[in-house]
Design a protein around this ligand. Structure first.
Ligand code: 1OR
Ligand code: 1OR
Length: 382
């Protein structure tokens, strides 16, 4: 803080920004104890500032081995939406959106079939039970778009949540410099428009049709009544876990939120088999609690532990990257909780982490040689 000659205290921009960030984070999460939350928040901020991924002796140039993450925000933060966060914040516990009759838009069998196809794979719908899913399908209505049409404009209030039936849609963000930039493109599937409805904030981005398109929309009220609690809970539940996985720092906060929607919890008992060496892969896992033993079968048939993973560790990615059978088996050590990510979502969401994963796989090979002298009697990981 500087004190210029006139005696007026100037608040540095950094300080203003950090305190604003902290306040927003506190208001969004409503954790109760301010001091404890502040300690946790600023520790996280400090850790995030210089996130490094330390590699083994096989590391290439120093530049390659350090992933600096100075831009990593300490909490999920979506563009310039924080300007209005004070106006309204979301507290799912005090959510009053349960009131009123749910909207029902009657549909023909053909429409139902098209809608069912469009919502398949929508991550936000994963935690719904059958009855909720039915309500969602009843409440959705069709909307067509023409090329160049803005379905959503950044800064507007949120009206609907959209599921894509077909068509190509660009996501555009106008930065502080006033320039509109494409940050993402949906090609014929997916959903958008949930952020403004979940967090009660202005639209974080614009969404513009690139081609003629067919959308299914759900109004704000229905979204909040049926989807909000489950989606919000899940994002919050997994936010902490995903924060602990260094590789995922390569994702933007928005992408991590999508990842949280996609994860499926699995509870395991001591010694339970999670992955069997040689099997075909259907997904990968993150360790939420407890530990996991990775074991490789030797020529004599005996299994040998090569690695133990704790909270924040991940496994089962190798077969997804190499498209080969599982290279090892994985077992729970004590009661353990893992989060499963299916292969389709892995391919869709973890593209930005691919380089880091591949580098870590290089390290597997190094370790392998150290452990066994050479890797000639084991399958090459590539
Ligand atoms: P919304 O209600 O804010 C715009 O309206 C929608 O665009 C938003 O919800 C999301 O559903 C969708 N950042 C923010 N919103 C995005 C993004 C995004 N991508 C799609 N939407 N980013 C792109 C990440 C690949 C981050 C840009 C910095
Ligand atoms: P997966 O899909 O092959 C088994 O299923 C998982 O165990 C694998 O993905 C990896 O996540 C993990 N070093 C460390 N982890 C390994 C190794 C490994 N093999 C498999 N996993 N290796 C080096 C030994 C110290 C073995 C390389 C073949």
């Amino acid at each position: 803080m500087s004190r210029p000659q006139g005696g007026r205290i100037q608040v540095p921009d950094d300080l203003r920004e950090i305190l604003l960030e902290f306040t927003i984070s506190y208001l969004l999460e409503q954790p109760g104890d301010v001091i404890n939350y502040a300690v946790e928040f600023f520790t996280r901020l400090q850790n995030n500032r210089t996130t490094t991924i330390v590699r083994g002796p096989s590391a290439g140039t120093p530049d390659e081995s350090i992933i600096s993450d100075e831009e990593e925000p300490p909490v999920a933060r979506f563009n310039n939406r924080r300007k209005s966060v004070f106006a309204e914040t979301y507290d799912p516990e005090e959510d009053d959106s349960d009131e009123g009759a749910p909207a029902v838009f009657p549909k023909s069998d053909a429409q139902r079939a098209r809608l069912a196809e469009a919502v398949r794979g929508i991550l936000l719908f994963r935690s719904l039970d059958a009855q909720q899913m039915q309500q969602v399908l009843d409440a959705m209505f069709e909307k067509r778009s023409v090329p160049g049409e803005y379905v959503i404009r950044q800064g507007d209030d949120g009206d609907n949540f959209y599921v894509i039936e077909n068509g190509v849609f660009d996501v555009l963000v106008t930065g502080d410099d006033g320039v509109e930039k494409a940050v993402h493109t949906y090609e014929g599937s997916g959903s958008f428009g949930e952020l403004a409805l979940m967090y009660n904030m202005p639209r974080a981005a614009s969404v513009r049709a690139q081609s003629p398109g067919a959308l299914w929309a759900m109004d704000r009220h229905t979204f909040r009544r049926i989807l909000l609690k489950s989606a919000f809970k899940k994002r919050k539940l997994y936010e902490e876990l995903l924060d602990k996985v260094p590789m995922l720092k390569a994702l933007q906060p928005y992408e991590r939120a999508n990842l949280a929607d996609a994860l499926l919890p699995r509870t395991l008992i001591d010694c339970e088999l999670i992955i069997r060496q040689g099997d075909t892969a259907d997904g990968m896992y993150f360790v939420e609690d407890g530990s996991v033993s990775i074991r490789i079968a030797r020529d004599d048939g005996n299994e040998h532990e090569i690695k133990r993973l704790g909270k924040g560790g991940y496994f089962g990615e190798l077969a997804l990257v190499t498209h080969k059978p599982r290279a090892a088996s994985a077992y729970a050590v004590g009661p353990t909780k893992v989060a499963f990510l299916d292969v389709e979502t892995f391919e869709r969401l973890l593209g930005p982490c691919m380089e880091i994963m591949k580098r870590n796989i290089d390290d597997y090979e190094e370790q392998l040689v150290k452990l066994f002298g050479d890797k000639s009697n084991l399958t090459d990981v590539r």
